[in-house]
Design a protein around this ligand. Structure first.
Ligand code: GDP
Ligand code: IMO
Ligand code: MG
Length: 429
């Protein structure tokens, strides 16, 4: 199976967009299979920077890009993203872009509920992106979602609207908010429907057809394994499964579709939003990582929390997600550090522990155990082969491989598409 699945192996923002864009020229199709416009993927090509949230990163190279049924789709966000990208010269047409007709919609009521809940949660807030992701997935599982295919049946929407409103009106009353204005919602859906429907199609069918024709499929994950609703730092997670196995249910292909699972791993650790983060550095070193790495969110512009590389966590996420090889990104951000620390495990209440326990309070009490290595002189910025890397940087990479028990398939050395060292071509397997 010559397919490749790209997933984040930490808390998101590992550089998935850059790697997907880099691999996209070798793929026939790029597919998003979970998440929504909570994702923020930045691509740098020459003097242009593209910021994508919902569109698969393959769109920039003009590769056929599909949004699978596992995604939650905000039609208005989609329209403004497409208009923005078209403004940058990217062609987005029904020939190179498609949306699964069974994709659930994010409605204005979802964003409102997301924000109201977060405001009410006080200290217990998740720190969501406020994009309505959680409420939209809840409605999907609760069987009251309005889906892309319903946009061509708006005159028959009453039973579904009854189900949706019965649920949301009660919740809204609890927040002192008025009930859903059905006429207004229908009018909005009617207005946006033709725009969305021009791209709608049975993506499962399209994918199975291209597969038979021998196409190489590149699956683009959003978020990261530690934000997975089952395997992440629950409840401080997103509302979808971000692991590689979601490719099957989120696109409509069998479980073998994932192919080579490329885990994207940042050479240090970041997290945006609330929740445990054992190696977080709330000092000058953390500040320095954030500044050198430009660690500000693409979606919400929030400052990302920064810390040392956590090998125990990445070993765990690689195991959970069946990672074949990793793409190590942002190694250049560590240029110039005298000493670099790597977390190899933890102690919990004085007892050693070599994995992330499931309970949030236990996670918050973990004390990281570090080993320290010397930094390197010189720079890794823009390196495109091992020969361009300082010996000590190679040592750091090799040590990471050893600790996470997973090989490095590529190393990224700047935001630029071509500044990447290829060790093993994931499409060649
Ligand atoms: P994603 O959500 O996983 O796609 O990652 P983001 O795009 O949110 O964040 C990664 C940021 O790091 C983006 O601004 C990228 O342009 C940038 N980036 C990606 N790879 C590298 C790299 O190897 N070095 C540096 N310095 N920046 C990188
Ligand atoms: P990419 O694809 C980093 C985080 C939010 C919050 C939690 C839940 O760019 O890596 P949500 O709005 O999904 O209900 O928020 O998940 N989060 C991300 N953090 N990168 C992302 O995407 C994220 N998408 C969601 O900050 O902590
Ligand atoms: Mg991001």
């Amino acid at each position: 199976m010559p397919n490749v699945t790209v997933i984040g192996a930490q808390w998101g923002d590992e550089g998935k967009g850059k790697i997907v864009d880099w691999l996209a020229t070798r793929a026939d199709v790029v597919v998003r299979f979970q998440g929504g416009h909570n994702a923020g993927h930045t691509l740098v090509v020459g003097d242009k920077t593209y910021k994508l949230s919902l569109l698969p990163s393959g769109i920039v190279t003009g590769t056929l890009s599909l949004v699978g049924n596992g995604v939650v789709l905000d039609p208005w966000a989609l329209k403004s993203e497409i208009e923005r990208l078209e403004g940058q010269g990217v062609a987005i047409t029904p020939d190179n872009f498609g949306i699964a007709d069974n994709c659930p919609l994010i409605l204005p009521v979802h964003g409102e509920l997301d924000v109201m809940r977060e405001a009410a949660a006080g200290k217990g807030k998740i720190g969501t992106t406020g994009r309505g992701i959680g409420p939209a997935y809840e409605d999907k599982v609760g069987r009251r979602a309005i889906r892309v295919c319903d946009l061509s049946h708006l005159d028959e929407l009453e039973p579904q609207l009854d189900r949706l409103c019965a649920h949301h009106d009660a919740l809204r009353a609890g927040f002192g908010e008025p009930t859903i204005d059905r006429a207004e919602l229908l009018a909005k859906l009617r207005e946006i429907a033709p725009f969305v429907l021009q791209y709608a199609q049975p993506v499962w069918k399209r994918l199975n057809e291209v597969k038979k024709a021998g196409a190489k499929i590149l699956f683009e994950g959003a978020q990261g394994v530690l934000l997975d609703v089952d395997h992440g730092t629950y409840p401080f997670v997103t509302s979808s499964n971000t692991v590689s196995g979601t490719v099957a249910s989120g696109s409509g292909m069998g479980p073998g579709a994932a192919g080579f699972v490329l885990g994207i791993v940042k050479a240090y650790t970041t997290r945006v939003g609330s929740g445990p983060f054992p190696t977080e550095l709330e000092d000058e070193t953390g500040q320095r990582l954030g500044e050198r790495g430009h660690e500000f969110g693409t979606v919400t512009a929030r400052k990302r929390r920064c810390g040392w590389f956590d090998a125990a966590l990445v070993k765990q996420t690689c195991a959970i997600s069946g990672v074949t090889g990793i793409a190590l990104t942002k190694i250049d951000v560590l240029d110039g550090f005298d000493k670099i620390k790597i977390c190899t495990g933890y102690t919990l209440d004085g007892e050693p522990i070599d994995y992330l326990p499931a309970n949030a309070q236990d996670q918050a009490r973990l004390e990281p155990a570090y080993e320290e290595i010397d930094g390197w002189e010189g720079t890794t910025v823009g390196a495109r082969s091992w020969a361009d890397l300082p010996a000590q940087a190679i040592k750091y990479i090799r040590r990471i491989e050893e600790l996470i028990e997973c090989p490095v398939a590529s190393v990224s050395t700047s935001p630029e598409r071509e500044d990447t060292i290829l060790v093993r071509d994931p499409f060649a397997d």
